[in-house]
Design a protein. Structure first.
Length: 319
């Protein structure tokens, strides 16, 4: 009996050491995730996506605590199986989407295109942001190799930008020796969908087009381009900052397929683009959801919006 008790004690000690190791690993990963969130936020991109890394850090840390305190062992077996299935399905979907993203990360386009469209990104007083500079340098490389191709630089002016992205891009290309006659500017767009639709107005019918954007964004940009009527289109992948690639890849996963349809104008927005368009709407607006009603056909919200000069209510319908 004493021998069996000794074996049980040794086994128990082994489990505690294993749980402690899992806890410290989760704690380390959680801290690294929060540090990475701070790094992403420090880029000043203007998005709140860095918060998801803080969320991941918290979840990992809580999982480590649950293992250390043996909470997981107390969970009923059917719930464990269900949770495992959800995780496996989530990982499968994640791998499929990221596989699609990776499949276009080295897209070189093809020679002799009629146009290339450089999708806009943040511009600053001292020049294009690193993300945009990668796109412009790739465009310069392509334009030097294909002297008959016309370049459309597309992007409006955000609230945190000194001038339109199109203007900033055109200046950069001119400084790099690209003839002004080969550069067309489209300075009204606030979303990728608008980049495509507005740029189409500057092109001849049936033209061949290359979409120049960062490697992690090519797949989604091509899907949007085809959705908005570009048939003879290909991707041209520019580089991106390696240390921020995990953040950009994860963002593409959540962005893929998620759209907001604005019925008044029939415009489609990616979720991040929709939030950006609202945040950058002229004036300092405030909003508060006063009522929310779920029906069989969807949801209805009543939101009070106000500024120093105006106050009113907006009704929204979601399916």
């Amino acid at each position: 009996m004493a021998f069996i008790s000794g074996i049980s004690g040794v086994k128990r000690d082994g489990e505690m050491k294993k749980n402690m190791m899992v806890f410290w690993i989760c704690l380390l990963l959680g801290i690294l995730s929060v540090i990475y969130a701070v790094m992403v936020h420090a880029t000043g991109s203007g998005t709140a996506f860095f918060l998801i890394w803080i969320g991941i850090g918290i979840v990992v840390f809580l999982f480590g605590i649950s293992v250390y305190m043996e909470v997981w062992k107390k969970v009923p077996h059917p719930i464990k199986i269900f949770a495992g299935m959800i995780v496996c399905i989530g990982l499968l979907v994640f791998c499929i989407v990221e596989g699609c993203v990776i499949s276009q990360m080295h897209a070189d386009g093809r020679g002799g295109l009629d146009y290339i469209i450089v999708l806009g990104a943040q511009v600053r007083k001292d020049g294009p942001s690193p993300v945009l500079k990668y796109r412009l340098d790739k465009a310069v490389e392509y334009l030097n190799e294909n002297p008959d191709t016309v370049c459309i630089v597309s992007g409006g002016q955000g609230s945190n930008e000194p001038w339109s992205e199109a203007e900033g891009m055109a200046r950069y290309l001119q400084e790099k020796g690209i003839d002004t006659a080969r550069i067309l500017t489209e300075d009204q767009s606030q979303t990728t969908g608008q980049n495509i639709t507005n740029s189409k107005k500057l092109m001849k019918e049936g033209a061949s087009v290359g979409i120049v954007t960062n490697n992690f964004h090519v797949f989604r940009a091509l899907q949007i381009a085809k959705k908005y009527g570009l048939s003879d289109v290909c991707g041209i992948a520019a580089d991106s900052t390696p240390k921020y690639l995990p953040n950009n890849m994860l963002r593409e996963f959540f962005a893929e397929g998620a759209e907001v349809l604005w019925p008044n104008t029939n415009e489609r927005f990616a979720v991040e683009e929709y939030l950006r368009a609202n945040c950058e709407y002229p004036g300092k607006w405030h909003g508060k959801i006063e009522k929310m009603l779920d029906t069989a056909e969807g949801s209805v919200t009543v939101t009070r919006v106000w500024s120093e000069e105006f106050s009113g209510r907006a009704i929204s319908f979601f399916r």
